[in-house]
Structure formats: C-alpha cells, structure tokens
Design a protein around this ligand. Structure first.
Ligand SMILES: [Zn+2]
Length: 212
C-alpha cells in the first residue's frame, strides 16, 4: 500500500512528495526543499518513519522542483532520475532561477533516465511513467493503477493546468496530453499536484475550465 506524504517548499510553494509503502522503502518526488529548515523537515520525516529512500525521481525539472536534489543525492546516496528531454532544464536551472530572482546552486546532470511506460519500483510498489509534455519538454506524470494515485507535477492542477509560456511549453500539446492520457484514467483517481491542493480526475473532467 503506497502512502503519500506531501511537503510544500520554497519561494514558489512547490509540492514535494514522499511515496512509501509497508517495506519502508520510499521514493522522493520533485525534491524542492530550498531552505535549511525545509531540508530538515524532509529528513526528520524520513527518520521518524524509518524510511529508506531508494529513488529520487522528478515529474519535470523546472528550478523549483529540483532545489533539493543535491541535498537528497548527498544525504541518501541516490541517483537523480528524470525524462531525458528534461536534462536541458537542469542545465538552465540557475539562469531560470535568476529570472525569478531566486539564487540557485547548480544541480548536477541527471544520473539516470526513464521513459514512458517504465515502472519505477520501490519496496513492493511501483509508479508508472506516463509522458505528458507541454508544460515542459519532457514532463511526465507518475501513476499507480492499483491505488489510482496520480502524481501530476505541473501538468494538471486543481481547476487549472500548468503554464505553457516557458521554453519547451505548448498549450496544444499539454491539453491534448491531459485529455487523452489523464482524463481517461478512472474518475476516482486522486491527483497530487506540483502546486496547490489535491484533486481528482472526475472533478477536473467536470470543472476544469481549460479542458472543456
Ligand atoms: Zn514546472
């Protein structure tokens, strides 16, 4: 049984998730912890639950989603994994941060790449990679079919969708991917978003003004 812990970190209120199961193994998703106290909060949770981080995976690599990557890599000896088309964003993270007036320390290039359809395992559990570019060039979402859990990054938000004005963004591509790959999931699927509150596929199908 996967359990999800949500943290909201950094200057732009990015959601970082820890997905863990009964084995104690966990995946850290979109590590955005920036300030020292945020890193301590993440570490304290892992320690308190006696978790063993075995994966460091990202839905995409905008600067606000990778601010804690170096910390997690060093602290837990993890490889940083993302889609290959996101590697360029890791390179550009410092510049991107500057645009927002947020100083960033450089982040090393990703160590491993996953592709659409890959099952990212931890403990007895997995998250399946679904490619959904449009907010970013190689953006993905992570889906668990048994529990109907979707980690959506900045693809889909409660009542909204990710911005498409950043490099590699495309409104047509994003909305097409959401309609064909996300809204076709079971309506009761719980969606954990990269910013803001959780939602469900059923709610967004009925209410999301960008998808009608
Ligand atoms: Zn983003």
């Amino acid at each position: 049984m996967i359990q999800i812990k949500k943290f909201t970190f950094n200057q732009v209120q990015e959601n970082t998730f820890v997905a863990y199961d009964e084995t104690g193994e966990c995946a850290i998703i979109d590590a955005g912890c920036y300030y020292e106290n945020e890193r301590q909060e993440l570490d304290a949770f892992i320690l308190e639950k006696q978790l063993k981080p075995v994966r460091l995976i990202n839905t995409h690599c905008h600067f606000d989603h990778i601010m804690g990557i170096t910390h997690c890599k060093n602290k837990y000896q993890l490889d940083f994994e993302c889609h290959p088309d996101e590697a360029i964003l890791v390179e550009q993270a410092e510049d991107h941060g500057d645009l927002f007036g947020i100083p960033m320390e450089p982040v090393d290039a990703p160590d491993l790449f996953f592709q659409e359809g890959d099952q990212l395992k931890f403990g007895n559990s997995y998250l399946q990679v679904i490619a959904a570019p449009g907010h970013s060039p190689g953006g993905v979402v992570f889906y668990n079919h048994e529990q109907k859990i979707l980690i959506a990054g900045d693809v889909l938000f409660y009542g909204s969708i990710g911005r498409t004005d950043l490099p590699g963004g495309s409104f047509e591509r994003l909305t097409e991917n959401i309609k064909t790959k996300l809204l076709t999931l079971p309506e009761e699927t719980v969606v954990y978003c990269g910013h803001g509150p959780e939602t469900t596929i059923g709610f967004e199908k009925k209410n999301n003004p960008f998808l009608t």
